[in-house]
Design a protein around this ligand. Structure first.
Ligand code: S3P
Length: 169
């Protein structure tokens, strides 16, 4: 296993950061932390409500604060939100405090996996496929900047992805 203080998963919505992350945490005896759930626990509000009340900028500020606090710790498997890499300070902290795995997924698989999801504020629009495409191309360089390893989850079930990824770590 990696000598970095934390194992961190980054990547787009629907890449499997939380589901694969839980399995990897168990496999490696790490504490599982999900940055979005952490924000929800601290605020008592859902990500959707935070977006509604404080806008995306308000959510990003909370996300950066939560991530900074998580990354200050060690021995964790941290599943980040898809937009965590937008903040340059987050990118620096990710590189300093984590072995970072970029979970990749194609837009078609994302659409399938998120088809029934109504919790993601950025996808509450009719043109969600176009939104996913734009986010993917805008953020790919940011994921690449922080990633120690890229792993493609396309076509893999959660358990298959977790086992294959574990064998690379
Ligand atoms: C977001 C991804 C979400 C959540 C929020 C914004 C994004 O997390 O943080 O809805 O900007 O891509 P997941 O990647 O866990 O869905």
């Amino acid at each position: 296993m990696t000598p970095a203080p934390n194992l961190v998963l980054v990547g787009p919505m629907g890449a499997g950061k939380s589901s694969i992350g839980k399995r990897l945490a168990e496999r490696f005896g790490l504490r599982f932390a999900d940055a979005d759930r952490d924000i929800e626990l601290r605020t008592g509000a859902s990500v959707g409500t935070i977006f509604d009340c404080e806008g995306e900028a308000g959510f990003r500020a909370r996300e950066s604060a939560a991530l900074a606090q998580l990354l200050a710790g060690s021995g964790q498997l941290i599943a980040t939100g898809g937009g965590a890499v937008l903040d340059p300070d987050n990118r620096r902290r990710l590189r300093e405090r984590g072995f970072v795995v970029w979970l990749q997924v194609g837009v078609e698989a994302q659409v399938d996996r998120l088809a029934r999801d109504r919790t993601r504020p950025l996808l509450q629009r009719a043109d969600r496929v176009e939104v996913l495409r734009q986010l993917a191309s805008a953020r790919a360089p940011l994921y690449a900047e922080v990633a120690d390893l890229a792993f493609d989850t396309d076509g893999l079930a959660t358990s298959e992805a977790a086992c294959a990824l574990a064998s690379l770590l």
